[in-house]
Design a protein around this ligand. Structure first.
Ligand SMILES: Cc1ncc(C[n+]2csc(CCOP(=O)(O)OP(=O)(O)O)c2C)c(N)n1
Ligand SMILES: [Mg+2]
Length: 403
């Protein structure tokens, strides 16, 4: 299916309109959101891609609804932070990169995992703590990891993943240019929440990214709140995060994260430049989480009126409406996308329930790499091969362990 020029024009117009629309409940502040790179809107989005973006957002939404139900039924333990409202960000960003580009994110990570290509089954089994989960059930909601799809977590410590993202970008560049002696054309995406802007790790990572020219695209999923604290209460220059990036010599853009086409098109340009010039970029991705911070959050720090304003800009409804208007989608076709996504999410719960819990003997596997020997469950020197000794470079280089 190929879209006609008319279709492009309608997509283009809607993209621009929604990029400029800020509600009276602008939790992010008054900065002009038009600093996203100029683009030829619509020219980059085929009908197939539009359908893919819509489908992925719907799958994530339905998956998250099931997670909420399963959590309330006490089938999921620990923490659970759903991505409802922010789907356009993970979907648009992952569509804009290549499978070989690594990415890393924080704990609100189910959407990134699914968008990156993880199956709903592997993701839900991880939520349930079962062996068929992506991390063998040992990571849970906050630690979605998928080496095959170049997703390096899922991290629960606020800000901890940002240096890892810059490290991934550095590793790509080093591997391509120093080891394989060719121009690197990979980028790494590092996602963070607005709450992580105040962590030292953010500033250290930004400094190194700028200093070492790493092709890291650092994306702040700015949903206006870190737990119950609004960005303006806890963060300087919340209205203009570009200032933070400028301090490290890093170019930045403000992108409408409630509009999947805007996200895709802006991120395509930003990532292309990062590949071409081997430079980092910072993105203030303006979005909103429709639900609470985690599963037990009465949301007393914001009004229901503000929530409904943002819900009116639901990324799925927006994309659906735009595609119907462009003649790419009918209401019937949308219903069938919804039916399929619901069935996939429901099946993933059944899959997770039928997957075994990990054996107790698994408790200490995947903790240390082999040269260090298997963890024996105590600080007994046996773990170190019989005699406690400080690690030496020689021992590590020769992979002979510490015996
Ligand atoms: C270093 C650290 N400090 C505090 C916490 C507790 N904590 C968990 S989530 C969170 C808020 C983070 O908000 P934000 O980065 O905006 O992400 P969002 O939840 O909006 O996706 C905090 C403070 C933590 N996990 N790690
Ligand atoms: Mg936040």
């Amino acid at each position: 299916m190929t879209a006609s020029p008319k279709v492009w024009a309608i997509l283009a117009m809607s993209t621009l309109e929604s990029t400029q629309a800020l509600t009276s409940f602008d939790v992010h502040g008054a900065a002009n959101p038009s600093s996203a790179p100029s683009r030829r809107p619509g020219a980059m989005v085929s009908a197939e891609l539009a359908m893919h973006l819509l489908r992925q957002m719907v799958v994530i939404r339905e998956f998250e609804v099931r997670c909420m139900q399963a959590y309330q039924d006490k089938k999921i333990g620990g923490f659970c932070h759903v991505y409802i409202g922010q789907e356009a960000v993970a979907v648009g960003c992952t569509a804009a990169i290549r499978p070989s580009d690594p990415m890393v994110t924080a704990y609100r990570d189910h959407g990134h995992a699914l968008a990156r290509g993880m199956s709903a089954n592997a993701c839900m089994a991880e939520m349930f703590g079962r062996v068929d989960g992506c991390a063998k059930g040992k990571g849970g909601s906050m630690h979605m990891f998928d080496r095959e799809h170049n997703l390096f977590g899922g991290h629960g410590i606020v800000g901890a993943q940002i240096p890892l993202g810059v490290g991934l970008a550095f590793a790509c560049k080093y591997e391509d240019e120093v080891i394989h002696e060719r121009k690197s054309d990979r980028v790494a995406l590092a996602f963070l929440g607005d709450g992580a802007l105040n962590q030292g790790a953010f500033h250290e990572a930004m400094n190194l990214a700028g200093l070492l020219n790493t092709p890291a695209v650092i994306i702040c999923e700015n949903n206006g709140y870190s737990m119950g604290t609004s960005i303006h209460r806890g963060t300087t220059m919340g209205h203009n995060l570009a200032a933070k990036a400028a301090a490290y010599g890093i170019e930045s853009a403000v992108v409408d994260g409630m509009d999947v086409l805007s996200v895709y098109e802006s991120m395509s340009l930003i990532c292309d430049r990062a590949r071409r010039e081997s430079r980092p970029a910072f993105v203030d991705m303006r979005t909103y989480r429709f639900k609470g911070h985690s599963m037990s959050d009465p949301r007393k720090y914001r009004t229901r009126e503000e929530e409904s304003q943002y819900e009116a800009g639901d990324p799925i409804t927006t994309m659906k409406g735009r595609m119907i208007e462009a003649g790419m989608l009918t209401n019937e076709a949308f219903k069938s996308i919804l039916r399929e996504a619901r069935a996939e999410a429901k099946a993933s719960v059944e899959f997770a329930e039928s997957s075994p819990v990990p054996a107790i003997t698994e408790l200490h596997t995947d903790v240390f790499v082999e040269p260090w020997g298997r963890y024996t469950g105590s600080s007994d020197p046996k773990m170190l091969g019989g005699a406690r000794r400080e690690p030496s470079f020689r021992a590590i280089e020769n992979s002979e362990g510490l015996s």
